[in-house]
Design a protein around this ligand. Sequence first.
Ligand code: PMP
Length: 409
Amino acid sequence: ADALDVERIRGDFPILQREFDGTQLVYLDNAATTQTPEPVVETIVDYYRTYNANVHRGIHQLSQEASIAYEDAHDRVAEFIGASGGREEIVFTKNTTESMNLVAYAWGLAELGPGDEVVLTEMEHHASLVTWQQIAKRTGATCKYVPITDEGRLDMDAAAELITDDTKMVSVVHVSNTLGTINPVSELADLAHDHDAHIFVDGAQSVPNRPVDVEAIDADFLAFSGHKMAGPTGIGVLYGKKHLLETMEPYLYGGEMILKVTFDDATWNELPWKYEAGTPPICQGIALAAACDYLDDIGMERIERHEADLAAYAHDRLTEQDDVEVYGPPGDDRGGLVAFNVDGVHAHDLSSILNDSAVAIRAGDHCTQPLHDVLGTAASARASFYVYNTKAEIDKLVAAVDDARQLFA
Ligand code: PMP
């Protein structure tokens, strides 16, 4: 396919026209949260203007309209990630973090015990690392970590040794939000399945940015967040293979998730509602489906190529400077983000000076403290890209880095 039309796409994001003291915003914090295009904003406005109501239980017309749109949104998301089971395999949560906690509590507390192992990687986000760590402590299971190579890739020989018959769960980030590494998740799924373990894929930085097919990967579970893929906050997704979601216990109890309740006991609703207790994120779910439409209209392959292009360009422009250290794999093999440090300038100071030029980046540990320990630094600066970013914006980033260097040199 041809390249995407960035100028046309930018027209869908009025926020990109904002100016700070006369300087136009350069938004390079997309790995944290992406901006929301007009069709998605309109979906949200249309929902509240015309058919806002609670779902599932209503007989009245508004509730029926809201219910149909909300339930259909699950099918749309299933289609987006290639889940042939449709809505039954798609649970709407608050975010990636909640999707992980759901599985860790519902599956982990029931299935893990002393002697069992959860295999993670050194580049896990705290969302999975802290969650499995705490569930392991409660159950007596052990967490092990696949190390990274000097290039910031997973050491797959080590992975093959760490994943054994004691392994019950392999939880791995698909694209690292710090290194930009694209991990070989289907290879890891094969390793897990060879030992009758499950694999949980953290798709927070992959589903928004490249075509992801859960069945091609053979993921047992996969999680991602709406706010990183042109959708709203307050909506996340847990994909799970139907037979696993069927056998797992619920994570949250309450209304909507039940079938029959007596004073003594209760039975559970059908999938996926069994995992959606209480009033769900109705508008957010519907808006997420609109975000899937928006991204598919552009084309996920195009988006992937556009981001790879920007990442390679940013990587080149930053690595050509002697005092800049860029973390992770080479420029031509990474997701759309670049984390780096400038010698003698703390990442937080850098970010604050960039802010003076209206360049928005992230500074800190990016919820990967143990990984930063491995990298030998407490913090890094991170520029991350999306459909609307341009090379000219990366030039502005590099110019602002020059300004910071002048100030601190
Ligand atoms: N995993 C990865 C790889 C992420 O980048 C993020 C977001 N920083 C998360 C998990 C958590 O996402 P959320 O905050 O939406 O739960």
